[in-house]
Design a protein around this ligand. Structure first.
Ligand SMILES: Nc1ncnc2c1ncn2[C@@H]1O[C@H](COP(=O)(O)OP(=O)(O)OP(=O)(O)O)[C@@H](O)[C@H]1O
Ligand SMILES: [Mg+2]
Length: 150
């Protein structure tokens, strides 16, 4: 089973959209195995976005991701990495199709609501950056037991 590191970025929390975004992941059938509310330090943000260090938007994106609280999550499911990236849509909300998170909630390139790992290598690196092994929980998500048992 695949795991992906997902960040609800500061605009999602500032706009009060965390619940709606999380609902989409839950409805899709992805399992939350790790979650924390935090504010990223500059050091962690620079590490997370290190692949973009030389780009002209690096300072802006580090400023954005450290500007307020974020929710860090590890989501698990079959092909979770690809599935979640498809649910996000392209980086630019103006180009993201309706039905995607960025397409439905955003209209900017920088303020695009959610980050998700884009490869298995990135997922391993990013999960290790934000979570200790004992912060990831292993459990069954048994819908029948919790919803159907009266
Ligand atoms: N041209 C740009 N101008 C301003 N901000 C940008 C630009 N390109 C990317 N960003 C910001 O930097 C982040 C990282 O860019 P990247 O190319 O990795 O996009 P992404 O993989 O779709 O997004 P993320 O890595 O956050 O999931 C983007 O999500 C966005 O917030
Ligand atoms: Mg990226």
């Amino acid at each position: 089973m695949e795991q992906s590191l997902v960040i609800l970025k500061p605009d999602t929390l500032q706009r009060g959209l965390a619940g709606q975004v999380l609902s989409r992941f839950e409805n899709k059938g992805l399992k939350i195995v790790g979650m924390k509310l935090t504010r990223l330090t500059r050091e962690l943000a620079e590490k997370h976005y290190s692949e973009h260090r030389a780009k002209e938007f690096f300072e802006d994106v580090v400023g954005y991701i450290t500007s307020g609280p974020v929710i860090l999550m590890v989501l698990e499911g079959p092909s979770a990495i690809t599935v979640i990236r498809q649910m996000l849509g392209p980086t630019d909300g103006r180009k993201a199709p309706a039905g995607t998170i960025r397409g439905d909630f955003g209209i900017a390139t920088r303020y695009n609501l959610v980050h998700a790992s884009d490869s298995p290598e990135a997922a391993l690196r990013e999960i290790a950056l934000f979570f200790r092994a004992d912060e990831l929980l292993c459990y069954d998500r048994d819908v029948n037991k919790w919803i159907w048992q009266v």
